[in-house]
Design a protein around this ligand. Structure first.
Ligand code: SF4
Length: 409
């Protein structure tokens, strides 16, 4: 059974009726490419780290081009299509020929999934029935708040009542996962509880809270900090506690990113499972493992249970996947092992990392660790605890094997 992903193109902020106040793409600047895991060895910068990372599309694709693309891909798929996901840089609800697009995809008679929408493009509540009748089975819907005036003010939704009516109808019919960037002082506290209650009563499967980030060390690496000058941010521990408290109040799934999924105990659910960690290979060699501030204590806890030899080194950046060369420059190379492992997805050009981390005259080898060591809340939203643990076991086993193979004795 094949899964078909349909990219409709579009630009964040432009092809979604203007920037939401909190949108990270609002101030994205034309920064030079960072380098990444896809760059060829001889060149810093590839399509991924120079274009895709900033969701740099030229606009929505023409429906005819989408149809041609879908047709060509269908011919290459030997199996029946089991699920169709609509994705893109713009917001599907704002796609100019949205009904035609849905009709086209519905004709394939596979369940449809809208990977992300703010709902800002839904002006007619009747679109909900059309979507259900067309086979929409799952949607991720950014709610922000169920108070129309807040959607209008902060998302610039011109018809918030209609968008919420669509959300309400979909909650009762299909799998709805709501998303909410939590802006302290605006949609948190009682307003957030009201949003959760509204969603639960109407049948949403879950809500994922996204902590508002406003600083480079919180992950705004595209020259886009601050998103809202002077707006307060929640520190990680406070955010995690808020997610925990809300998850206890509601039956639907409540999780948060960058931390955490209380139902599963992730990211790094493995840290609380010593019996499973005991089944990982033992550490036999030494290496420095660089990671972000949030992941460091978890990785340290798991690797230290595997034996001695792994030195976990946090940088200032909170999110490991968003580490750049500036984070590596702030480390003291003299304190590092001859083998340095950086996060698999770090936005770093490997050769540049080697130069920076060997600038004390001692040559060091830089290697990338597994693509991911855990599942963040967006990934774990549709997963069982066992699946997350299996993913983490495999990733940590790969990491230990990498250290044992290339590390120093
Ligand atoms: S809908 Fe999403 S992509 Fe568009 S401006 Fe709002 S947050 Fe940004």
């Amino acid at each position: 059974m094949a899964h078909l992903s349909v990219d409709i193109g579009g630009r964040p902020g432009v092809d979604c009726r203007g920037f939401c106040e909190y949108c990270y793409f609002k101030h994205v600047r034309d920064t030079p490419p960072f380098g990444c895991r896809y760059c060829p060895p001889f060149r810093k910068g590839c399509d991924y780290c120079s274009r895709s990372v900033r969701e740099y599309y030229s606009g929505f694709k023409d429906l005819r081009d989408i149809a041609d693309d879908v047709l060509a891909r269908l011919q290459a798929i030997p199996d029946e299509v089991s699920r169709i996901t609509i994705s893109g840089g713009g917001d599907p609800s704002c796609y100019p020929r949205f009904r035609d697009l849905i009709e086209l995809l519905a004709s394939m008679e596979a369940p449809l999934h809208i990977g992300y929408t703010s709902g800002k493009g839904f002006d007619d509540p009747g679109i909900a029935d059309f979507l259900v009748e067309s086979g929409l089975a799952e949607i991720s819907f950014t709610v922000f708040s169920v108070r129309p005036e807040l959607r209008k003010r902060y998302m610039h939704d011109p018809t918030p009542e209609a968008s919420l009516a669509v959300l309400e109808r979909l909650c009762g019919e299909i799998d709805v996962y709501a998303a909410c960037v939590v802006l302290p002082g605006v949609n948190d506290g009682p307003v957030l509880e009201e949003t959760c209650r509204w969603l639960e009563e109407r049948g949403a499967k879950g809500i994922i809270m996204m902590r508002f980030a406003n600083r480079t060390d919180q992950g705004l690496i595209l020259g886009n900090a601050p998103v809202i000058p002077g707006h307060p941010v929640q520190e990680v521990a406070g955010f995690r506690d808020m997610v925990t408290a809300l998850s206890r109040k509601f039956r639907m799934k409540v999780s948060g990113t960058p931390l955490w999924d209380p139902q599963i105990g992730s990211p790094f659910a493995l840290a609380a499972e010593p019996d499973l960690v005991a089944k990982l290979p033992r550490l036999e060699r030494r290496a420095s493992v660089i990671t972000g501030r949030i992941a460091a204590p978890f990785i340290e806890s798991i690797l230290s249970q595997c034996g001695k030899g792994a030195q976990v080194v946090p940088v200032e950046k909170e999110i490991a996947c968003l580490i750049t060369i500036d984070d590596l420059r702030s480390l003291d190379p003299g304190a590092l092992e001859p083998l340095v492992i950086i996060p698999g997805r770090a936005f770093v050009y490997d050769r540049e990392a080697e130069l920076v981390l060997s600038r004390d005259g001692v040559p060091r080898t830089v290697m990338r660790g597994p693509e991911t060591l855990t599942a963040d809340a967006e990934t774990s939203m549709g997963m069982e605890r066992g699946q997350v643990l299996a993913l983490e076991m495999e990733a940590f086993a790969d990491l230990v094997r990498l250290i044992n193979r290339y590390g120093s004795a």
